[in-house]
Design a protein around this ligand. Sequence first.
Ligand SMILES: Cc1cc2nc3c(=O)[nH]c(=O)nc-3n(C[C@H](O)[C@H](O)[C@H](O)COP(=O)(O)OP(=O)(O)OC[C@H]3O[C@@H](n4cnc5c(N)ncnc54)[C@H](O)[C@@H]3O)c2cc1C
Length: 484
Amino acid sequence: MTSPSLPAVDAAEPSLPASEAARAAAIAALRSLDGVIVAGDRGYDEARLAWNLAADQRPLAVAEPTTLAEIQRVVRAAVAAGIRVAPQSTGHNALPLVQAGLDDALLLRLHRLREVRIDADRPTALVSAGSLWRDAVEAAAPHGLTALHGSAGDVGAVGYTLGGGLSFYGRRYGLAAHHVRAFEVVTASGDVVRSTPFEHAGLFWALRGGGGGLGIVVSMEIELLPLSDVQAGFLLWDISAAPAVLPAWRAWTTGLDRAATTSLRMLRFPPLPELPPFLSGRSLIVVDGAVLADDERTAELLAPLRALRPEMDTFARIPASAVLDVHMDPPAPSAGVSEHGMMRALDDETVETLLAIAGPGAADAPSIVELRHLGGALSDPIDAALPRLDGEYALLALEMVPVPEVAEVASARVRATVDAVRDRLDGAPYLNFIEDEAELSAVLGREGTERLRRVRALYDPMHLWVAAHRMPESVVAAGLDGRP
Ligand SMILES: Cc1cc2nc3c(=O)[nH]c(=O)nc-3n(C[C@H](O)[C@H](O)[C@H](O)COP(=O)(O)OP(=O)(O)OC[C@H]3O[C@@H](n4cnc5c(N)ncnc54)[C@H](O)[C@@H]3O)c2cc1C
């Protein structure tokens, strides 16, 4: 697992070999590998693009392997060259990686590895490193099965699961990470290990919600859900209804049946010809999600919201694969920034504040202010790096960044939204919704972070991997961050 040529791990980031000659040799070695593009080469600007176009990633080199053997070759070459490696599948969460520092790293893009194999009898899916949720859901559908996917079909299944995985089935089934049976991982030595509750069990614990920094997950075996169709959809009102809808949704979610998992959004759409007329140029409040109950029970559950007479009501029994379209996430790579906070309750003052920021007449509202209802099975603890979600409501503020010049204003706007209720954020934030490089102790707690550090130290003693989120300074300062 160790290599004499990887730079010694120190409080500072590992660096390239000191001399220019060594650096040139390292780059030449990488360039000679199949599927590796070095900064300045033709194709580099295309290869470095993340799904989030606001993330200006400029790594030393980009590798786009198509096989496990290619991944292993690239990892071993990077180790030999003393170059750190940043795994990425889609780049939905690329901003923290950019902040963590890619300039001297190799970006290992896994998007060409998109194989999904279904075992309908068990029922499970073997999902490869760069598979999108749409790949897995479409492969499972003919078997009357589906997965604990998120709201967007083009999010990477592995990246999502490493951060926890919040689905519209979450209040009934819990986090996606808690439904993984096995991971196959290329470690920092370039070897492949199988990690389950019984083999490399510490690694298995860490991969379930501990984020990256542990290796390259080349495949994961996940449990599938026996759902061929689902009651799902959205209820939509003009934003003028927000002062009635937001408090009503809050009351509705309090003590709600675990069958229902929903989100509420206050949305602003610019007038764009590619948008349907019910969205273009409009400000709206939308409740969407899924209800895992029969039609009669679903109607009973939704009745209090329907009593508010939505302008559109698409809730109906639909094929499970169509649940990927319910939330209407952007259909293609886009540029955006977001801010997130976690709340254990949604009190009157928070409701009023959010209405003032994003309700009718709000002057400087972000494009999206979203509340995802958590609780239920998402609160049931499991022995994993992320044992549960620590709150009842996840708050997200999102803003588009159509041109880089507005990035700062957009970031300030989403930050101001969450800052306005900062004193109400009493739960640990959720890793998948954090788009800044965050300290892991804020997410996983001191004990969880310390256990994660020990696993990282075992599987990556030389700090090969660029992890999106960092160990807290206090742990590093104590000499505990994987250093000998
Ligand atoms: C439009 C949109 C909708 C979303 N909806 C949801 C939702 O409903 N529920 C939810 O929980 N989250 C949601 N998210 C958040 C999303 O889950 C995270 O951004 C997640 O990290 C994305 O994973 P990815 O692989 O697509 O992205 P990437 O940026 O490629 O990867 C994310 C992280 O995982 C690591 N990683 C990825 N693949 C591998 C691998 N094979 N091996 C090792 N490390 C790997 C990367 O190093 C990186 O740190 C959404 C995000 C967006 C932008």
